[in-house]
Design a binder for this molecule. Structure first.
Ligand code: SF4
Ligand code: SF4
Length: 97
């Protein structure tokens, strides 16, 4: 560590939220990074699949009734799904709410 600046070298960073084994990324709970989460109003949803298409983490899956649900274990709360939803069905809410 550079004592005078307080800046830590990457080599000195604590091993924490990192992918350290091949094929282990599925075990990484990236939802822990989130400060907001998407909440869907299924009364307004037109089942277009835009949330599924645009989510950069591909966390949406479609159920047998045709509705899309985000897997909050992986959702990072970026809000892209809410931005792209054509029927304004998705609202981002504070994680603490
Ligand atoms: S983008 Fe909106 S309207 Fe389309 S499936 Fe997702 S929640 Fe429903
Ligand atoms: S907030 Fe971002 S990561 Fe989460 S479901 Fe929507 S698009 Fe995907």
């Amino acid at each position: 560590m550079a004592k005078e600046t307080g800046i830590v070298s990457w080599k000195d960073l604590a091993l924490g939220c990192a992918i350290v084994e091949p094929g282990s990324s599925a075990n990484l709970k990236t939802g822990d990074w989130r400060s907001q989460r998407p909440v869907t109003d299924y009364e307004k949803c037109i089942q277009c699949g835009q949330c599924y298409i645009f989510c950069p983490d591909m966390v949406y899956t479609q159920n047998e009734k045709g509705f899309y649900h985000p897997n909050l274990f992986y959702c990072k709360g970026c809000g892209i799904c809410a931005k792209e939803c054509p029927s304004d069905s998705i609202t981002m809410v504070e994680e603490s709410d």
